[in-house]
Design a protein around this ligand. Structure first.
Ligand code: PEP
Ligand code: MG
Length: 575
């Protein structure tokens, strides 16, 4: 038995068999092939192509019924690529001409293709390079007789252990019904961690060397609350954890009674509890938790795990699905926040520069840089706005000028729709995320042009404290109670109040019950979170007296001792 510690990012206990996800890119050998064996080498290459085709067809047959339609088109694109002359024929020719092994010939061919795509101006075509790489890697694995599709072998109920998972991987795990996951790297507010919470499965990140110590098939216990991974536990430990798991299930059943109760404080203040969702299918969990609406719909997830972006129609259909699942409730559709750790098919969105991606072309910056990506989304959201309560939210605003450019584009899109007699709500609310320190400090300058604010504490903390969300080496600095963060939150709430626009919070801090009381005291009235913690937050809201918490919050803001702030909040929560 061995225990490893990491950062627990999603509560709960899972007991199950390990699946170690290894996805290293194969080493490519280079050797000469004697003339008389050349045709045999070409045949070996073709067998690897055929094996790749069979694997893809099997995966295609097993797409779960609830998987997004993009899953199939993604596989179709890869199947087509296997037949592409530039891959199959050109590699066979290269084996013959260079008299080299199939792996090397394929690698040379894929380098030529990558360079070609790299030179293309078109963002989507450039992203095709990633597909080519994925197809090439699959054939290479088959040539080297390595397993490629680790994902596809994951069985329901297993615990996935990996060095790292991209948000796109995590979406795929969702379809495999895994019970928990553990990564050696990653931070608590990485999108991978956020997805784990929204899936409601226990998860641990930055459990260093987990992939080195765990073997597939071994029994594991994941304690998401304590961030503990137990490898090959003995019988007594398993029994103890089963008992705790039952206890947690009992507590959850009790919380479920609050589903239909309203989020009203003891001093009769109404608090709005909204849900964060990543995919239209998540709206079910939001409705089940009794959410008052959707406070953050991360639309970029619609763009992942597929070769081409969804067109206007597909986006529109996705939005309608969400709207119709929560009739009459506010639905906040955030425009694309791609870039940084949220890549399309593992590729860097919009640029080839890889230094400091979190500070680069991300979110609204990427959308303004590549309006061919942005315009169809604006049209799709505006068309969806004929349904009451649809709001648009712009991520990562940092300057007024950027906001004006977005507002101009929205106006242009409205005129276009009007000209083609397409209906939309001309008064659709447009809000801005306050998640860059510059925007929080200047919230009063943004307020006159926006209908609401939503504070994105994940990025606000990342950018204010200069800690990369996905870098486990700086996790220890993550602190929502840092005085700078509390001051920026308070500044934003006050600016919203002064301009009479609502202020919500949709970062992870809003769904963390440890901060609910303090946020109520700071004047927050709209909380948006993954549905998994909504009832716990509601329970705290119902036991709160905002008047008393306001006095508490002003003492916290005045404190000149950060450690004392932690102690004060802990003491308040223990009461
Ligand atoms: C945030 O930054 O707090 C936020 C809600 O957006 P995301 O986590 O998608 O960056
Ligand atoms: Mg953000």
């Amino acid at each position: 038995m061995l225990a490893l510690h990491g950062t627990g990012v999603s509560d709960g206990i899972a007991i199950g068999k390990a699946f170690v996800l290894q996805r290293d890119i194969p080493e490519i050998p280079e050797y000469a092939i004697p003339q008389e064996y050349i045709e045999e080498e070409v045949a070996r290459f073709q067998r690897a192509v055929e094996a790749s085709r069979r694997q893809l067809l099997v995966v295609r047959e097993h797409i779960p019924a609830n998987a997004p339609p993009e899953a199939a088109s993604f596989l179709d694109a890869h199947l087509l690529m296997l037949d592409d002359k530039m891959i199959s024929m050109a590699t066979s020719d290269a084996i013959r001409q260079q008299q080299c092994n199939a792996e090397w010939a394929l690698k040379t061919q894929s380098d030529i293709l990558s360079a070609m795509f790299e030179q293309m101006d078109d963002h989507y075509l450039r992203n095709k390079k990633i597909d080519v790489n994925q197809v090439v890697n699959r054939i290479l694995r088959n040539l080297l007789q390595k397993n490629y599709d680790e994902h596809e072998k994951i069985a329901a109920g297993q615990i996935v252990v990996a060095d790292d998972l991209t948000p796109a991987d995590t979406v795929m795990l969702k379809h495999n019904h895994v019970h928990a996951f553990v990564t050696s790297l990653g931070g608590p507010i990485s999108h991978t961690a956020i997805l784990a919470r929204s899936l409601g499965i226990p998860a641990i990140v930055s459990a260093h060397s987990a992939t080195r110590y765990v073997r597939s098939g071994e029994e594991l216990i994941v304690d998401g609350k304590r961030g503990m991974l137990i490898i090959a536990p003995d019988r007594n430990i398993v029994a103890e954890y089963r008992r705790r798991k039952n206890e947690l299930a009992r507590e959850r059943r009790e919380l479920n009674r609050l589903k239909t109760s309203r989020a009203i404080t003891r001093d009769r203040r109404h608090i709005t509890l909204l849900a964060n969702i990543e995919l239209p299918a998540d709206v079910r969990a939001a409705a089940q938790a009794g959410a008052d609406g959707i406070g953050l719909y991360r639309t970029e997830f619609l763009f992942m795990n597929r070769p081409t972006p969804p067109n206007e129609e597909e986006q529109h259909r996705a939005y309608l699905k969400v709207i119709k699942s929560l009739p009459g409730k506010p639905i906040t559709i955030r425009t694309l926040d791609l870039g940084a750790d949220k890549q399309v098919d593992g590729g860097r969105a919009g640029t080839t520069i890889t230094i400091n991606p979190a500070l680069g072309l991300r979110a609204v910056r990427l959308c303004l840089h590549d309006t061919s990506l942005f315009r169809p989304q604006l049209r799709a959201i505006l068309r969806a706005s004929i349904h009451r309560n649809v709001r648009m939210m712009i991520p990562m605003l940092s300057s007024q000028d950027e906001l004006f450019r977005v507002l101009d584009l929205i106006e242009e899109t409205k005129s276009e729709l009007k000209r083609s007699r397409v209906k939309f709500n001309p008064k659709m609310a447009v809000g801005g995320m306050i998640e860059v320190p510059a925007a929080a400090i200047c919230a009063d300058l943004f307020a006159p042009y926006l209908d609401f604010f939503s504070i994105g504490t994940n990025d606000l903390i990342q950018y204010t404290l200069a800690i990369d969300r996905v870098d486990d080496a700086v996790n220890y600095l993550y602190d929502p109670l840092h005085p700078s963060i509390l001051r920026l939150i308070s500044l934003t709430i006050q600016a919203g109040k002064k301009a009479r626009i609502p202020v919500a919070m949709c970062g992870e801090m809003a769904g963390d019950p440890r901060y609910t009381s303090l946020l109520l005291g700071l004047g927050l009235t709209e909380f948006s979170m993954h549905p998994a913690t909504m009832l716990e937050v509601k329970k705290i809201v119902r036991n709160s007296d905002v008047g008393a918490l306001q006095r508490f919050a002003s003492r916290v803001l005045k404190s000149r001792d950060t450690r004392a702030v932690h102690a004060m909040v802990e003491k308040l929560n223990d009461r």
